[in-house]
Design a protein around this ligand. Sequence first.
Ligand code: AMP
Ligand code: MG
Ligand code: MG
Length: 308
Amino acid sequence: MASGHTVLMRLVASAYSIAQKAGTIVRRVIAEGDLGIVEKTSPTDLQTKADRLAQMSICSSLARKFPKLTIIGEEDLPSEDVDQELIEDGQWEEILRKPCPAQYSAIKEEDLVVWVDPLDGTKEYTEGLLDNVTVLIGIAYEGKAIAGVINQPYYNYQAGPGAALGRTIWGVLGLGAFGFQLKEVPAGKHIITTTRSHSNKLVTDCVTAMNPDDVLRVGGAGNKIIQLIEGKASAYVFASPGCKKWDTCAPEVILHALGGKLTDVHGNALQYDKEVKHMNSAGVLASLRNHDYYASRVPESVKNALVP
Ligand code: AMP
Ligand code: MG
Ligand code: MG
């Protein structure tokens, strides 16, 4: 440990700079105008040039610096030499100035699993709903999500000229979450945020059962967690398979670092070890407060349909 910093804090500091670089790639692809859209499993499961380039950038940059990590990225890409122009070598100094939580200080590189969603909210990206998009880098240890970085490349894009475009939110369990202003929905109000592009009867049945005051339908798992921590929504409800571990790992950390909770619809914790299946088959239920209330309202019919 020549630098004097722990492996975990060096990794988070690098992931911050790498996610920022991925954010610039996501913006550049739009600016160049050729999205290169490919359909994966269905017309709502898309991949663009930005998903591909951002993943190559993130995974190669991480692997060069931390060769013993296990890195699992969403996109199935041929492992070929990556253009040097895509490599990010920086680390965010502010993160290195924070103390590593004692329970993580002895973690070795080979003990960590990194879950990468190079572009979360691809469907919305292709439709111009740009602030729905995030870059997600989640870090897991012993099957648990412990650190994460979320870059939102188009944060502020509707604020007009002069407003700084993009931001990066990061967090470590036991240390906190940073890069945004925490705000909560007024107590007693149930504002549910859910999918916009991947809805079905189970999803709507579960949302209705929450007795919501309002329902928001937006793209992206990262984006919906940002709504929870910025007081725009009180629970994220997605009672369906479809979300994967790379969608939930980084967002879960940010929420947990603030005392919130992300589980499946049964209220069970999600696992992030390298052998785990990628699909969150039993859906996602997340909230900053009152998780027990939302879990208690999930209908039995929905629970029976969603086997972990
Ligand atoms: P959404 O809330 O629809 O934006 O979904 C959150 C994340 O889960 C995104 O990365 C989606 O691509 C993914 N996802 C959810 N449902 C599906 C599905 N049926 N097929 C493919 N991806 C899905
Ligand atoms: Mg995603
Ligand atoms: Mg993605």
